[in-house]
Each structure stands twice: as structure tokens, then as C-alpha cells.
Design a protein. Sequence first.
Length: 263
Amino acid sequence: MELGRIGLAELRRRYTQDGVAIPAPLLRQLRADARAGARRLAEELAERREALARERRRVARLWRLERELSAQGHARIAGLDEVGMGPLAGPVIAAAVVLPLGLALIGLDDSKRLRPEARERLEAEIRAGALEIALGSAAPDEIDRFNIYRAGQLAMRRALAALSAAPHAVVVDGRRVPDLPCHLVAVIGGDARVASIAAASVIAKVHRDALMRALDGAHPGYGFARHVGYGTPEHLEALARLGPSPIHRRSFAPVREVACRTP
């Protein structure tokens, strides 16, 4: 690389993006450069390179459970997770994700712990690398009819049923899902500890957020595009002012209380 043809600002822009590999020859050239700014950039990028190496090791550890299951003969493993259990409005969305064993997804984590831009990047990478992805949902009226816990299980069973072939094993976050025709492993905090579950949480979260933004146009005034149905002060004020919409969960206390007061 000819450093004279590429400014330091452009190098910094290129190589400080999440997940971008920093080649060792670039560091050697920067360290040998006469410019103090180049040498400072070399140290900055060296720190990022080491951080990226640590992150790769962390992500590799997330595959421990899938590797154990694969060694036991489970060739097709699906990660399963749901999002949207807490909001006052909108559906529960579940995702079932089948990934190639060991797929490197830098930054992979529980979707709740990721910045929106990191979720969007990872969602695209997961979709590009996945063997298969399927989604399932439970609508607000089903949440009201069955309760939120059972509705979450329903969404997950629907996501698994939407796969083209049943997995040999399913890894799921925190709870057992009854009536599954395959080996099931439930892991407390699995969306931060197991690669396939974390990937499913990212897919489900990005899909649900996009769906709530679309529903904002159909049900204006509540701010669904901003809070995606969670009980923020903005949402509670709009709920009190407008009353429940057709996508509100009337079994949830804040919505039920407003519905009882609405003539």
C-alpha cells in the first residue's frame, strides 16, 4: 500500500469500522512513516487489531454448545429466540436460524445489548451466511387470549415449523418449548452465550422493529416507529390521549386500564 496516495483521515475511516481487518503490513508502514500522525494512527490501529483478535476469540467461544451437539451427531442445529415479550403493542416475533458451524460474526451478542447500527450490520451478515432462516409470530389478540408466555412459545413453534426441514437439535434461550419433534437444549441467558441463539435474537429484533415502523403509518400518533411498542412516557401519554389501537395488548395492565376508562 502506498501511504502517500491515501490520506491518514481516509485510512482511519477505512480501518476503524466495526469488524474490518487491519493488515500487519499497513501497521509496519505507518510505524516507519516520518509523520507523527501516521505513527499515532499505527498505535491506534494496533490496539483495534488486538481488540478484534479478542473479539474473534469471544465469538469462537459462543460456538461451544453447537460444537458439542455436532460431535454428538446433530448435524442441523437451529437457534431459536423470540423478541417483543415486554411491549404494550404489536406481535411477538420469533426467529429460527440455522448457521454453518463456526460462522464468524464479529460483534455477535444478545440483540438487546447491541447498538441499532450494529444489529443492522449483523442482521445482513447473518442472512448472507445462514443456511436457513424462518420467522414466526403471535398476534396481539393471541397474546391476550393465551397470555404472553404461551404466545412466545407459539411464535417459536411457528418459526421452527416454517423451516424447510426439521433441525436435529434446537438451542433456545432460557425456557423449554413443549411439543418439539427434535432434541432441545435450553440455556439461561443463551442469547448472550450461544451463537445460534444470539443470531436468532438479532434476526427477530430487526424484523420486529421494521414491522413496528411500518405499523406506525397504519396507527399514527402513538410513536410506534420510535419506541416499537414499549411503555415509554411518550407511548403512555399517547395511549391515554388516543385510547388503545387495534394492535395494543389489552391484557397488559396499562392498556387494560385505559380501555376500561375509554367510553
